[in-house]
Design a protein around this ligand. Structure first.
Ligand code: URP
Ligand code: ZN
Ligand code: ZN
Length: 470
């Protein structure tokens, strides 16, 4: 199978240039001009950018949470991701205390294998460190190719791990070659503040935000950074929302610590006021950490620009407004946390970032694709346009103006957190390992075509196949 993408402007994290791309089977075989078109399918990208497929390092598909299960699974979630220009996701595999890690990994493979339309991998949650867990970890890395561990510092009595678990995970990760990820909020303080709020009759969605103030995130972020330095290990802080947390990461990086930070589109464009909406509408905007006051948005944009934060995850974790979010009517602590973002992640970053002059085109590619591929052991197979890389390619039309809406998105969930938002730019055609999966905004992919990506150890490149001949 041969394809030629012609007349587009190729954008990578490092360069912007005009050239054609020759794809042979699943890989990029050559980049240049005047390829022999005999038998090749030609895709015209005139007037469009040609980006590497997006890499979303933070999704929750088919995940049980808050007494329910996310509305979108590896079918609808990855179809929506494909429409949004994302061709690789890394989903969080939840483990249970006292049960083998391998059981959780098997469950996540079962959830994904016949459904995913794009490539995927898993991060593994570590909830406790026991002899059995320590015994299993080398195989998780060497055999399963899962090279990132997630520790929750919040969600007391559900996912929360203690500091001893975090510290031991950091030490083990350093020894084995894994990257530790943290959800950084102080779960014990939140537990106290939420009980106090409910006792005072404060039950509306806005109290979700008021009981998880920025300093609760800043404190946990700082603690995780200090423990990482002490363990001489490596850390990735997921969904950073506020100045207090950014400052902790900046300080730790300045002191030489190996620490990385992610933020998400919702924290860049939505704010706490949304949680005060009438008729329980505020529940649509319940995330943990919560949306913040508007002033934090500039801090986050600037952190992306100067490199204090390096990636954009979606934190896709959708629940219907009717039948799921409304479990928390009369008690905000019962609102399932999370929202639908997987499809709009790249478009919001392009429109609010590049089109508004906050990020360069190359920075856009870096934060939405390349950096995550590098940090999570998938580069240069994923996250770039280069000879030998997987032909995961997005042909992006920057001239389109459109309105984000649940009536046009491809998720199963019944609302959009970005309803009515005007954006410029749209992924037009998307290729996953050489196969067209979105053709002029129409989905043409196949369930089960997505492959599990076994990732390399932290800091090591993923081996490419030999460059193909033309
Ligand atoms: O509210 C959120 N973020 N839901 C998903 C789970 C998590 O904490 O990432
Ligand atoms: Zn989280
Ligand atoms: Zn998450």
């Amino acid at each position: 199978m041969k394809k030629i993408i012609r007349n587009g402007t190729i954008v990578t994290a490092a360069e912007t240039y005009e050239a054609d791309i020759l794809i042979v089977d699943e890989q990029i075989a050559a980049i240049g001009k005047a390829f022999n078109e005999d038998g090749a399918e030609v895709i015209d990208a005139a007037g469009c950018y040609v980006f590497p497929g997006g890499v979303d390092p933070h999704t929750h598909l088919d995940m049980p949470f808050g007494g329910t299960v996310t509305r979108d699974d590896f079918d609808t979630g990855t179809v929506a991701a494909a429409h949004g220009g994302t061709t690789t996701i890394v989903d969080f595999c939840l483990t249970e205390k006292g049960k083998p890690l391998s059981e959780a990994i098997t469950t996540w493979h079962e959830k994904s294998k016949d459904k995913a339309v794009i490539d995927y991998s898993f991060h593994l949650m570590i909830g406790e460190i026991t002899d059995d867990v320590l015994e299993e970890l080398p195989a998780v890395i060497e055999q399963e190719g899962i090279t990132s561990f997630k520790v929750f510092m919040a969600y007391k009595n559900v996912f929360q791990a203690d500091d001893s678990t975090l510290f031991q995970t950091l030490i083990k990760a350093k020894e084995l070659g894994a990257l530790v990820m943290v959800h950084a909020e102080n779960g014990d303080v939140i537990d106290y503040l939420t009980k106090e709020a409910l006792a005072n009759g404060q039950t509306d969605p806005i109290h979700h935000a008021l009981t998880r103030p920025p300093s609760v995130e800043g404190e946990a972020t700082g603690r995780a950074c200090h423990l990482t330095a002490l363990a001489d290990s490596q850390l990735y802080v997921v969904h950073v929302t506020c100045e207090q947390a950014v400052k902790q990461i900046e300080e730790a990086r300045k002191a030489g610590a190996d620490i990385w930070g992610e933020t998400c589109p919702q924290y860049l464009v939505l704010d706490e006021e949304m949680m005060k909406g009438p008729d329980f509408e505020g529940a649509k905007y319940v995330w943990s950490p919560p949306l913040r006051e508007k002033k934090h948005q500039d801090v986050l944009w600037n952190a992306l620009k100067v490199g204090s934060l390096q990636t954009i995850g979606s934190d896709q974790c959708s629940f219907d407004f009717e039948g799921q979010k409304d479990l928390g009517k009369g008690d905000f602590t019962k609102i399932p946390n999370g929202g639908p973002i997987i499809e709009d992640r790249m478009s919001i970053l392009y429109s609010e970032g590049v089109a508004k002059g906050r990020l360069s085109l190359n920075q856009f590619v870096d934060v939405t694709s390349t950096r995550a591929a590098k940090l999570f052991g998938m580069h240069p197979k994923k996250g770039t346009i280069s000879v030998g890389a997987d032909a995961d390619v997005v042909i992006f039309d920057p001239s389109v103006k459109r309105t984000l809406s649940a009536s046009t998105h491809h998720l199963a969930v019944d609302y959009s957190a970005f309803e009515g938002m005007e954006v410029v730019g749209q992924p037009k055609t998307v290729l996953s390992r050489g196969k067209t999966i979105v053709d002029n905004q129409t989905f043409v992919g196949t369930n089960g075509a997505g492959q599990f990506v076994k990732r390399s150890k932290y800091g090591e490149p993923l081996k490419q196949q030999a460059a193909l001949s033309k």
